[in-house]
Design a protein around this ligand. Structure first.
Ligand SMILES: [Zn+2]
Length: 405
């Protein structure tokens, strides 16, 4: 009897702690989404009782996660107080590993980049690159004050087992089975939360956490288009990992049977027609036919030319948009997503590519589809894989965010 009572008390204690943690993250997430939010409305919105809300809010203010400010919009009567996430107190370190450029940043809980730096990714050992990144992060941290990192997140263009913090394969970096979380932890033993994830999946998390698009974030695709192409595929509120962590490697879907040879061993892979390099290559090929014309070498060269009305640049961009749309259309057929969000430098050219991309995608959609899937540029204000790296670390604060990994 005695033992039984103890067990019962133990269970109650655990349950009340779990409930407190859940309520805490519900409050934090509500403030994040609606800030500044009148303190008096928090109970009604969260449907928690007022005393629970005020106990948790007091604690969150103590922990310097929330801050109160006067509401100047209120009329006469009782003074109203707004709550917001506190800026400038909690930071995470973010590293986006990729070639030719690895980015590091310090990001606050609102998803604002407070300091950033870039490292030219030379062919070096993962140990050397990680040590360089951590040294840069520490240097950046010293510029913003004596703050400890809440965590460090790393995103990688490659296949990642996030549960083990291991990069299984990253072609651009020439990495095979790199224990990235361990390498980072060796450099920063005082930081508890270290997360590693594929760049597109991490960017998906950032869009949910800090993006401003209005969608349910239950079934959607985040398509990251850069040097390669990857996708974060959210199904029923979870980002799909796949049986061997390879879900979302859509850049290697075959879109042109018998097409160009890919380094993966197949031919006609989507990224050979839809990544950044393809449009640069097509434009360069066209320009080579014009004697004396400078040969473009980057997406911004294509963009600059397109904005001056260069017919070759516009033609290359249209072709690019159509190829991207074809792959998006296939994903829509398979996944029936609410929305497809596109991230990467292409979003800076959205006005030039969106129409062709959407048309190519819609023309392939399944007949059963009740309404066309919206294709939107990311609403993230900075580099998606870098914000994704930060989101990996920070999502622990907002444990109730609707999407999980
Ligand atoms: Zn391939």
């Amino acid at each position: 009897m005695h033992t039984r009572r103890h067990r019962h008390e133990g269970i109650t204690r655990i349950n009340s702690k779990v409930a407190r943690d859940i309520n805490r993250s519900i409050i934090l997430s509500t403030v994040r989404r609606r800030q500044p939010i009148p303190r008096s409305e928090l109970a009604a919105i969260t449907r928690l009782n007022k005393s629970t809300v005020s106990t948790i809010v007091a604690r969150l203010i103590d922990e310097e996660l929330l801050v109160e400010s006067p509401d100047h919009g209120g009329g006469v009567g009782r003074k109203r107080v707004n709550l917001s996430l506190r800026q400038g107190k909690h930071f995470v370190g973010a590293i986006s590993f990729d070639a030719p450029c690895t980015r590091v940043a310090i990001v606050d809980i609102n998803g604002t980049l407070r300091a950033r730096d870039e490292i030219w990714t030379k062919v070096s050992s993962p140990e050397t690159l990680v040590a360089q990144c951590v040294a840069r992060l520490n240097a950046l941290r010293s510029t913003i004050g004596p703050h400890k990192f809440y965590g460090i997140g790393a995103s990688v263009g490659g296949i990642v087992d996030s549960s083990q913090g291991q990069v299984l394969y990253a072609a651009n970096l020439d990495w095979n089975k790199v224990d990235l979380a361990t390498l980072i932890r060796e450099q920063v033993p005082d930081v508890e939360a270290i997360s590693v994830e594929n760049d597109a999946k991490a960017a998906t998390m950032a869009e949910v956490l800090w993006g401003t698009h209005r969608f349910t974030a239950t079934n959607f695709v985040f398509l990251l288009i850069g040097v390669g192409i990857g996708a974060g595929i959210a199904i029923n509120g979870r980002i799909l990992a796949g049986d061997t962590h390879g879900a979302g490697e859509v850049g290697h879907m075959t879109v042109v049977e018998g097409g160009e040879q890919c380094a993966c061993g197949n031919a006609g892979c989507w990224h050979l027609y839809a990544s950044e390099q393809s449009v640069v290559k097509w434009f360069a090929e066209a320009k080579k036919l014009t004697p004396g014309a400078p040969v473009p070498s980057s997406l911004s060269d294509v963009a600059d030319a397109a904005h001056t009305g260069d017919a070759d640049a516009l033609k290359a961009l249209r072709l690019w948009a159509q190829h991207i749309g074809v792959g998006i259309g296939d994903m829509i057929c398979i996944l029936d997503p609410e929305v497809v969000i596109v991230g990467g430098p292409i979003t800076q050219l959205w006005d030039l590519v969106s129409e062709d991309m959407t048309q190519a995608a819609q023309s392939r959609r399944a007949l059963s589809r009740q309404r066309p899937t919206t294709i939107l540029p990311t609403s993230l204000l900075d580099n998606p894989p870098l914000l994704g790296a930060a989101a990996l670390s920070i999502r622990g604060i907002f444990a109730d965010i609707t999407i999980s990994m």
